[in-house]
Structure formats: C-alpha cells, structure tokens
Design a protein around this ligand. Structure first.
Ligand code: PGA
Length: 251
C-alpha cells in the first residue's frame, strides 16, 4: 500500500514573516489530514526556520536542489550533508525549471539523485515532457529517457528509496492541469517501465503528479490508480489551499 505524499514546492517565494504565517497555518490544519504524508520544500535560507517550526509535527521537509559535490570549493552550492544537518528528509532533483533554466541534463540529474541517496535523503525525481514533445507524440520516450538515466547509473533498486514526480512542463504554473486520464496514462507507463526492471520496486514506488494541482482538481487526480500524491507549486503557498489538497487524499 503506497501512502500518498503531498509535497509543497515553494520555489523562490517567501520571507521570514510569510514563511512563519504559512507554517502556522499548515500546523493548525494538520489534524484533518488523515491519509497523506505532508512535506514542504522551502528555499534554502528558510530550512532552519522550517526545522524549528515543524520539528515534532507530522510534516516532513526537504530542499529544492542540491550540489553534485559533497563538500569543498564550490561557491554557491549546497551539499546533501547540509540538508541533513537541517533535518531534511526529501530533496527535489531535476525539476523542469532546473533542467531548462539552469541547463541540468539527465547526467547531472542522475548524479544529484545518487548523491542525495548516498547521503540518506529521499530524492523526488521530477520528469515530464514539454508541450512540443507532447504534440510530437513522444511523451513516453521523454519520460522513459529521464527514468532510464537513473536506472542505468544506479539500477532500478535506487528507486526503492525515491519518489518520482510526473510534471508535464506545459502544466507547471500555467493553470492548465493534465486531465486525470492523461496523467494516469503516463503514470502507468512510468510504473511499467520500472517494473520491467523490478516489479516490487515499481509496485511500491510513489509517483506524484505535479502541474497546476489545486483544491478543485486534486481529488479526481488522486483517485487514479497510479497517482500517489502531488508536487504542488503555486497552491502550496497558501495554507488553506495546500491543506485542502492534502485532505483530498482522505477520500
Ligand atoms: P505548480 O508547480 O503547481 O505551480 O504548477 C508545480 C511544480 O513546478 O512543482
């Protein structure tokens, strides 16, 4: 049985005061979140505050990125060990914004994934096609390539301690959500691809949907058999909306 995960990806949003308010709002509504595991991924500078405010609650937290290196002269980078030092459980790797805006290719993403796991963090591997790729009919090829990059470096067993987030790039921050059927089709394909290597790993693998997930579309997405939660951007910045999505897994 896969426990759904609702993970908030705050991206580059927040201030000390807005983070405090958001965390207080999330804490206040946790009792009604009965099924989903809840996690938040703030920008690096707020990890300490998140750790202070969420320790002892059921909410986990993580970072949005990490270095491919473990320590040393890498100005501006943040190591996996530092994330652990701030109590992170998760780290997002390969978000499409990192891939497109910061040139992270499958090789870099696979290395970050490996470094995260080696440190004991759970990577949330983001994969997904652009609109152009969908229109060309190569969605499956794209997600297969992105998953295979991990499997070929580390074997399918690496996905046993990981989460995948299927995020069609055309749905991220656009207000256009994949239909539950479109999402389910790709989620099932991803699971099948992993199952070709390891059926148990595939059965237990949590595959989240991301891309304009909102309180009013979360329940129907989460009702699909292969959708095991959400990676939520914009809607995770408002406690009420985020909690409503977390509660959608109760049904
Ligand atoms: P969105 O972002 O919910 O704002 O579309 C999701 C994501 O990029 O993880």
């Amino acid at each position: 049985m896969r426990q759904p995960l609702s993970a908030g990806n705050w991206k580059m949003h927040g201030s000390q005061s807005s983070v405090k308010t958001l965390l207080a709002g999330i804490r206040a509504g946790l009792a009604e979140v009965r099924v989903a595991e809840v996690a938040v991924c703030p920008p690096f500078p707020y990890l300490g505050m998140v750790q202070r405010e969420l320790s002892g609650t059921s909410v986990a937290w993580g970072a949005q990125n990490l270095s491919t290196e473990t320590m040393g002269a890498f100005t501006g980078e943040v190591a996996a060990s530092m994330l652990l030092d701030f109590g992170c459980k998760y780290v997002i790797v390969g978000h499409s914004e990192r891939r497109t805006l910061y040139g992270e290719d499958d090789v870099v993403v696979a290395r970050k994934f490996a470094v995260a796991r080696a440190a004991g963090l759970i990577p949330i591997l983001c994969i997904g096609e652009t609109l152009e790729e969908r229109e060309r009919g190569i969605t499956r090829d794209v997600v297969a390539r992105q998953v295979d990059a991990i499997i070929s470096l580390e074997g399918a067993v690496a996905l046993a301690d990981a989460v995948i987030a299927y995020e069609p790039v055309w749905a991220i921050g656009t207000g256009v959500t994949a239909t539950p059927e479109q999402a389910q089709e790709v989620h099932a394909y991803i699971r099948k691809r992993v199952a070709e290597h390891d059926v148990d790993v595939a059965d237990n693998l949590r595959i989240l949907y991301g891309g304009s997930m909102k309180p009013d579309n979360a329940a129907e997405l989460l009702a699909k058999r292969d959708i095991d939660g959400g990676l939520i951007g914009g809607a995770s910045l408002k406690a009420e909306d985020f909690l409503a999505i977390c509660r959608a897994a109760n049904a």
